[in-house]
Ligand binder design. Structure first.
Ligand SMILES: C[S@@+](CC[C@H](N)C(=O)[O-])C[C@H]1O[C@@H](n2cnc3c(N)ncnc32)[C@H](O)[C@@H]1O
Length: 270
């Protein structure tokens, strides 16, 4: 009987510890992933990593949400600008939702050897999201400011001879923001929509309409960040706009790339 008890005790000791080890391993993995997501949200860290960004790096890291997001959107931007440069398209760049400037710095890095003169426009209130909706909270992304983005762009911006940036502070729907933008550029070739909310994306898309109508180019490129965050936000706003604009002008939409969170369209203006 004693022997059976001993075997039983040993057995349950072994099972308990195996279980604990599994729990500990799981906790450690979650902790590591959380740490990774924090590290991969830091602008200075990400900028240092850019030289490693390629398809292989993407495939190896694609199960880590924030790495997949950053590397995926960088590779999509690169694909868009390769196509723009290959077609020798003139035109400026607008980003709706610039936060601390990372999206603009990605584009700057991609265009570091470009010899086509372009202006980049960054539009943002720098006060965070203007409202709560689905997964988003009002005020989210307010850990920035005009000084902060200027400082980041000053630190990392290169190719200043051919590229320059203009920051416009305000809501996308603000008429004075629109007037400033339309005074400074007439021809736009690439638009980065990075404002998370469907309502903000809708406002941005209505600003863009005039640039499509007056475009000097045959193509215009749209990249949506946050496409995969919630279907009721960016995708719904885009599909509704697409339906309405096609009643006014004939456009063809080519999906050039998709990542878990982003989507890139090449739009043919007929
Ligand atoms: C996710 S952040 C942008 C991230 C940035 N493009 C990057 O690459 O790191 C979203 C930004 O959109 C801005 N935003 C959202 N809706 C807006 C609106 N309707 N008008 C102006 N800014 C808006 C917020 O203030 C916030 O800074």
């Amino acid at each position: 009987m004693k022997a059976i008890n001993r075997i039983y005790n040993l057995y349950s000791f072994y099972i308990k510890n195996i279980f604990n080890l599994r729990v500990l391993k799981k906790i450690k993995k979650e902790f590591d992933i959380q740490n990774l997501n924090t590290t991969w949200s830091n602008l200075d860290f990400i900028i240092q990593q850019i030289p490693n960004f390629n398809q292989n790096f993407y495939i190896v890291h694609k199960n880590y949400r924030e790495i997949e997001h950053q590397v995926g959107r960088y590779l999509s931007l690169k694909l868009a600008f390769q196509d723009i440069e290959k077609n020798k398209l003139q035109g400026d760049i607008i980003e709706f939702g610039s936060f601390q400037g990372l999206g603009l710095l990605f584009i700057n890095h991609i265009l570091k050897e470009s010899k086509i003169k372009r202006q980049m426009f960054a539009i943002d209130t720098f006060e965070g999201l203007p409202e709560s909706s689905t997964i988003w909270q009002k005020g989210q992304f307010n850990n920035t400011s005009l000084d902060k983005i200027k400082n980041n762009l000053n630190n990392y911006f290169t190719n200043k001879e051919y590229l320059n940036y203009n920051i416009i502070q305000g809501l996308f729907s603000d008429i004075s923001v629109n007037n400033i933008l339309k005074k400074q550029t007439k021809n736009v070739v690439f638009i980065h929509f990075d404002a998370d909310l469907g309502s903000s994306t809708k406002d941005a898309l209505s600003v863009v309409e005039e640039f499509i109508m007056n475009s000097n180019n045959k193509f215009i490129y749209f990249q949506f960040d946050d496409w995969g965050c919630h279907q009721d936000e960016v995708p719904d706003a885009f599909y509704l706009w697409k339906e309405q604009i096609q009643k006014k002008i004939k456009l063809d939409f080519i999906k050039l790339n998709s990542t878990n969170l982003t989507r890139l369209y090449k739009i043919i203006i007929n």
